[in-house]
Every structure is written in structure tokens, then in C-alpha cells.
Design a protein around this ligand. Sequence first.
Ligand code: ADP
Ligand code: MG
Length: 397
Amino acid sequence: MMKKSIEDISIDGKIVLVRCDFNVPMDEQGNITDDRRIRSALPTIRYLQKHQAKIVLMSHLGRPKGNPDKKYSLEPVSKHLSLLLGSEVLFSEDDLVVSDKTKKNVKEMKKGEIVLLENMRFRKEETENDPDFSKELSSLGEIFVNDAFGSAHRAHASTAGIAEFLPSVSGYLIKKELDIIGSALENPERPFTAILGGAKVSDKIGVIRNLLNKVDTLIIGGGMAYTFLKAKGYEVGKSILEEDKIQLAKSLYDEAKAKNVKLLLPEDVVVAEEFKNETKFKCVQKDKIPSDLMGLDIGSQTIDMFREEILQSKTIIWNGPMGVFEMTNFAKGTEAIAKALAESTAVTIIGGGDSAAAVEQMGFADKMTHISTGGGASLEFLEGIELPGVAALDDKE
Ligand code: ADP
Ligand code: MG
């Protein structure tokens, strides 16, 4: 079912409550160290400004545990947002988030004005999805716009509950995430390849299951590859291994075969003495992993094999780094895959917090079709789970 977006509703001059995901990393001094999430909210805010809406922004920041805590105040975000927008964003200093003072201030807003409310999680009712709190929030405005894709997998008062009380639509960010990832999953141009990596199989079981029904090729790298290699009878030394998932890896492998999905595992890997950058390492074939070494990256032969598959694909979804990319000696596999995606003419979608960070860090971000802003949310979306923050929105007739 298609959901309504801000383009499907009249917002001119109305008080619009917008749930954003301004959960950005900050340093000790409160400086924002990565503002991607704030920047990705700009299209929706600009559209609302153009339509002379009275814009009330909501977000959470960190985990203040349901109590006011200055350390988690959204005030720095209001300042940064003002700079990015080139117009003033007022900050509503309010430990209760929606006290009478805030209600009065919102009532007196002028058209085109923007105010950012205090951290939703200063109220414990937020994560409890308390209907009374949702109702209280909803009383501030006339329309609810959800643009917090990164929080859409949580049913909280300001992401889902509030939609019970107001006409509710998606903003541009959620719309874009649903459009691009949704159409890749439902109607991909083929060949369709998924690349999965990261530390653990257990984090990605749902994703593998769902994607096995959709892709032509499934590439597995990263730490989770070792559980698959073990399932195929290879010894993996000290590599990360989930003993209790070996059987599952076996059955996923069989499932891929039954569904005619080409499943690719590393042919060679980079093995190291210790889990740190400054250590001895070398490249070995998958059947020659020494018992005292650990695999921390894919090898050069594997890079070539994965790269070839990538360049033949028309739709690619990538989730999870190919190795311990945080250490430069073991970042080569991840970097080579990012480069191959950047060179490909396919629709390229990056999901997952660490994969997105790797692609940004390595300078390939602007070469991708789409980098999802939601870590957990994009994973659940790839698993085929309906996101509560999306489900709560009004259906298109
Ligand atoms: P994403 O956030 O993109 O979904 P994950 O969180 O699942 O990715 O996985 C990222 C982590 O996986 C990184 O911290 C990386 O160091 C780790 N990782 C990748 N390959 C290995 C490996 N061979 N051994 C141990 N950890 C690995
Ligand atoms: Mg991660």
C-alpha cells in the first residue's frame, strides 16, 4: 500500500509537526561531528518553508533514559540547522518537551517560522509509545510529517503513536528511502546482486532469508563468511565464528541452491596474527587458513571475483563491510568493493551504518545511487518487516 507524502496534502500556512532523525554524533564540547542526518532533513523543511507552514521539528538524541539531561539537549542541532538553512531555527528549551509555555509559543508562531522542540526522550513516555503523550504532542499542530527514517523501525510516541491523532504523511527523506529501496526489492532491474558482510551472521539472518527470494546473486564477505566457510567444511582458525549458526549457514546455502541463487563466498582471505592494525598478515586460500591466524579481510582473488559480479549487475544492495575496515591494513576489500560499486552503472544502494560510513570515508558517496540514512531501519526494511513509523502513515486512496 502506498503511503501519502507531503505532496499529497495541503499544508499551506498550517502548523506542521515534523519528526526528524537528528540523532547525530557529537564530541565532548557538543560539536556535531557528522551532520548527514541533519542535511538529509533539509528538502522537507525547505518545502514546508516554501509553503509558509509553521514548522515544529521533533527528534530524539542519544539515550537520556526518559529524564531531562542537558548533555542530550537538541539546542546544538537548532544552531547547526539554522546555519544550513540560512534561516533562524528557534529552540524550545523545555524539560517537559510540551509544557504550557511551549504550547503557547507554538500557537503564536508566524507563517514560515521554525521551532525545534527539546529531545523527545526527555520524556519516558516517548519510548513507551504512551498514547497520552502522543496526544499531547499532536495537540501542538494540525499535520504530522514523519521524516525520521532512522527511527521508523521504532514504534514510539513521536514516530508512530502521534499518527493516530493527526493527518499523517511522509516527508521527502522517508519517501526517497521507500521509493528507492522499495522498488529495488519489488521490481529490480536484473541481474540483482546483494552483497552482505559485517561481523555476524546472526545480525543478518532475516536479511539473507528475505533477499534469497529476490536476488540473482548473493555475495557473502566480512566476518560472517567464516561461519559459511566452516559450514562447507573448511577450517577457519581464529576467525570470528558463530558455532551455533553453522547449521543455519548450511541450510541457507542449500536454500540458495534450491532457489537458483548464485551464492559466492571468499576464495581467499587475509589472515592476521592479532586483531589489530600493526600485526603480521598474509593472503591465503580458503582451504589453507592456519589454525593460529584470523581472517580479517577478503583476498585479492576474491576481490576480482566479486568485482566481476558487481560489474555485470544492474541492481546492487550492499550491507556490511568486507573486512575490519576500521584498520587500514584490512580495509582493502571493503574499499575495492566500494570502488567497483562506484564504477558500476547499476542502481547501487548502501544500507547499514558501518557500510555507509565506509563508503563516505573512502570518498565514493556521491557515486552511489542511494546511501540509506537508517542503520537499523534499513536492515529491517531489507528483512521485509513493515516499519511502524511508516505503517502508521495515511494510505494513498
Ligand atoms: P553495518 O553497520 O554496515 O550493517 P555491521 O555492523 O554488520 O555492518 O558490521 C560491521 C563490522 O563488521 C565492522 O566493525 C567490521 O570491523 C566488522 N567485520 C568485518 N569483517 C570482519 C572480520 N573478518 N572479522 C571481524 N570483524 C569483522
Ligand atoms: Mg553496524
